[in-house]
Design a protein around this ligand. Sequence first.
Ligand code: PMP
Length: 363
Amino acid sequence: TYKRVHNFNAGPSILPEPVLLQAQAEMLDYQGTGMSVMEMSHRSKEFEAIIQTAEADLRELLGIPQNYKVMFLQGGASLQFAMLAMNLRPAGASADYIVTGAWSRTALKEAQKLGTTRVVFNGEGENFTRLPEPAELQFDPNAAYVHFCHNETIHGVEFKSEPVVPEGVPLVCDMSSDFLSQPVDVSKYGLIYAGAQKNAGPAGVTIVIIREDLLARVPEKMPVMLDYKVLAESGSLHNTPPCYAIYITGLVLKWLKNLGGLNAMYEINREKSEMVYRAIDESGGYYRGHARPEARSIMNIPFRMASEELEDLFVKEAKKADLIGLKGHRSVGGLRASLYNALPVASARALVEFMKDFQQRHG
Ligand code: PMP
């Protein structure tokens, strides 16, 4: 027997219980090999099947078109901030950035170190509470790409549709914290990247989906581990990939498929997030959501209370009730509930009940 908590961690975060149980069952002897996936060659036929199945399932779930490559890389989404700029922005060219929160701001800063950028929108003056209106986005028609972050994990603002960019300018997206939470039209993107440690699997693997024609932009003499062309053409096997993280991601993808895919997942995510937003909105200002209603994320819900003392007490009492990971990011404070795919509806309900109870006792 074991105890599982209501896990609202922002990442690394909750994984589906059936995935953990299968990993446990296969730990000592993966499918009759007499070894764990951690102990096998990345060139073995068993691991080849693991990585190829993971890619096939990802392609099926997201409907990734044939002219896109999938990579399983290391270095986190943070390395992609630099890598995408190095690979996709030719010398002398400029890239457009939409800055809607801490993560897209960090992506911009990395790209600024390496070349020319233009900030098309910056929500920082409004404390990253909203998304740009379409009319606010005046793109450079010659931009090497347009970068945006689909869901800001810290500020809790999430795009509801892709920004419309000029014909021929590739759209590049950090999808780390809402990857696989809902269907996506991949064909609208030049490149999508996501650290796995929210919805897709454990930390240690970053998924990159790139339209093949963009590989022609990769400059000569790129260090191989930063070279999309080498990594894509080797099927993520230029060197030793993060084998175990890829295996767990593969199990998560199977779990998602069994559940009915991304449309079914989206319905569940909407239900969970609506429950929590309703609790905030019906609290009469006792809980205050950070993001404007039309920008609200279905994954990460940052909110505040009247004082830091009250927020600390909330976190402390929540922990006693097995509601874990509700402290806001250290850069903004307050509270944050992350409701990733694997979080059961019952956990969202437990949070809502706790919020109401806390307000009654301390409000
Ligand atoms: N982008 C987003 C949206 C994130 O949420 C995070 C991590 N929380 C990162 C990038 C950075 O990811 P990593 O730690 O994998 O580098």
